[in-house]
Design a protein around this ligand. Sequence first.
Ligand SMILES: [Zn+2]
Ligand SMILES: [Zn+2]
Length: 398
Amino acid sequence: MKFYLSSKQGKSARLKTSATLVLAGFILVGLVTSIGIYTVWGNTMTDKHATRTSNNWRENKFVNTSIDYSTNFKNIWEVGKAFFTTKRQTPLPKKALPVQSITREEILNEKNDVVYRLGHSSLLMKVSEKIILADPVFSERASPFETMGPKRFHQSPISIAELPDVDAVIISHDHYDHLDKKSIRLLDKKVKRYFVPLGVGTTLQAWGISTTKVVELDWWQTQSINNIDITATPAQHFSGRGLFDRDKTLWASWVIRSPETKLFFSGDSGYFDGFKQIGERYGPFDLTMIETGAYNELWSDIHMLPEQSVQAHIDLKGKAMLPVHNSTFDLALHDWYEPLERATSAANQNNVKLLTPVMGEKIEIHAPANYRAWWREQVEEEKHSQFALTKLIPANNN
Ligand SMILES: [Zn+2]
Ligand SMILES: [Zn+2]
């Protein structure tokens, strides 16, 4: 895109205009961080054979199956405008959200087939005597910066120090709200295996993680730990941690199957026909953990609206659905509690069993409880609260 100035404008006017454009560009790009694009240098991936031979690798980047999602000036402008003009009642909770603490003993003594939501898309599962973590983010912010970027609404129900050894860490993609360098580094001595989409292993390697611990998979590929099959499945999204690594690593959803239990974890995704395919191949699922948050009509190609999340669960042939990717970070333009409210209505209309535990509250996969609508209590309490969120969240919860 070119910008033309009239001949009457002098050099200083041109400089001023250029500076304004550069500044506007920085602000807009900064705003777009909320949908996963960041303005820092990222890792560049090595040209590995597995990547080059992947069906999802075209002309030097990974691609989606049914859309071509690219960020151009027009959509950056529209997103930027929306960030400036959208009026929100309650983007953030005014006080920390309720959390049920978990101890190492509790996890070790717990029977199989339980899931705990730790925050955002971070999940702890105990299946067939193995402990599995998905997208573990324990840091205070989902950001490349320690002092800037979306700050969490609540403490983690368990610290990294308190966690027992972890048999597998599963990563959906390399965005900051799913793959957190600090958390991975602190966790690493407890972790036996990482399951990551193609290319993400290179990022882990750059952070000092031993390659012998990393299993990189393309969509539909499976690796097992004992009797648990872990399969990378499609998602409709994008990747990148910096300006120059856009779509250089793959994004995925995951299927986890033990002899007793079948689980689905969506990672981040727009609504697409992949959910039906996954449902046909691996469903029905005892529990689906599906992104329900950080959505907007402007970017619904890569993040589902809550009604679409519920439809994805139906397509997957899920028995119960845990909405994730909400209630920890403010990454979009909706009120913090809206994803749970809209998902609840959509679930009720479609006869879907929706699980809404507070963070850290146990889910028994084969006999899930009816959880209360805790966010409504929070909203009600906040009407009378004078607390600022910042006063209730310690600076570091690792
Ligand atoms: Zn993402
Ligand atoms: Zn995300």
